[in-house]
Ligand binder design. Sequence first.
Ligand SMILES: Cc1cc2nc3c(=O)[nH]c(=O)nc-3n(C[C@H](O)[C@H](O)[C@H](O)COP(=O)(O)OP(=O)(O)OC[C@H]3O[C@@H](n4cnc5c(N)ncnc54)[C@H](O)[C@@H]3O)c2cc1C
Ligand code: FES
Length: 253
Amino acid sequence: MAKVPFGEVKVISVLRIKGNIYVLTFTPGLGHQSGQFVSICCPGKISPLPFCLMIGGDSTSQVIFDVKGMGTAWLAERKPGDILDVLGPLGNGFSVFKETKTVLLVAGGMGIVPILELSRHLIQDRRCYVKLLYGARDKEHLLSERHLPVALEVLYFTDDGSCGEKGLVTDRLGETIEELRPDQIFACGPKAMLAEVKRIIEPYSISCRVVLETIMGCGGQGHCRGCIIERVDGTFVHLCEEGPVFDIIEVKL
Ligand SMILES: Cc1cc2nc3c(=O)[nH]c(=O)nc-3n(C[C@H](O)[C@H](O)[C@H](O)COP(=O)(O)OP(=O)(O)OC[C@H]3O[C@@H](n4cnc5c(N)ncnc54)[C@H](O)[C@@H]3O)c2cc1C
Ligand code: FES
């Protein structure tokens, strides 16, 4: 197990962007690859909590989080100048092929966070054409257009029809693949969504990488061995060491 980078960062701001969704900006930036994550120590939590890392501005990094329980509620109350203990960057990040020009992204709920970071990289650094299928339970749980890159083409879906099309994010996946013929697909969201993505893309030989989540016992330090993911061949890997990004055909969903 490689040594886990550990350090202190200073909070620049914590802003509520929608409903229970907040963006935390801190300095110094952690210089990550998109898809990697950071674990943040929160009082009262036995292990540091993992969040996908995003580039902020000059020398800052960001995480976008949904307040779920005690740890994220504490994070939402941090003030500028507060110090946080963090581990990271951790994990493997996305790999985009050299020849990739057209990319299809699929995001469900808070799965938008790594997908948003990847879309910025694909558009700004790689000059790819990128289309996103983005769904959530309702309008309150969807990030609006102003949080997404301008050049990103987005189709929105909500369970209740309060924004975009009423239905599941995977409802248009098959026809979008037919139209777009993407070089690569990337997806992040609930396990049931990822299982449906896997079923729909099966007939196509298109590379698809997914970001998986598990409950992490030690925040990615490699001590607890609790973050196990099962592969289709029956073997097991640790998400914090070999993930969180996996080839969809390799993992059991
Ligand atoms: C690699 C990785 C990246 C992540 N990136 C993000 C991110 O960018 N933004 C974000 O908002 N969240 C992200 N998460 C999830 C985040 O770590 C949890 O939401 C957070 O730890 C909840 O802590 P809490 O103390 O607020 O809630 P808790 O009190 O610990 O939990 C509240 C509720 O959420 C459930 N829960 C907690 N963690 C998870 C999980 N990992 N998967 C499914 N259910 C869970 C609990 O079972 C409980 O029902 C990520 C998780 C992983 C493993
Ligand atoms: S989270 Fe503890 S070993 Fe992976």
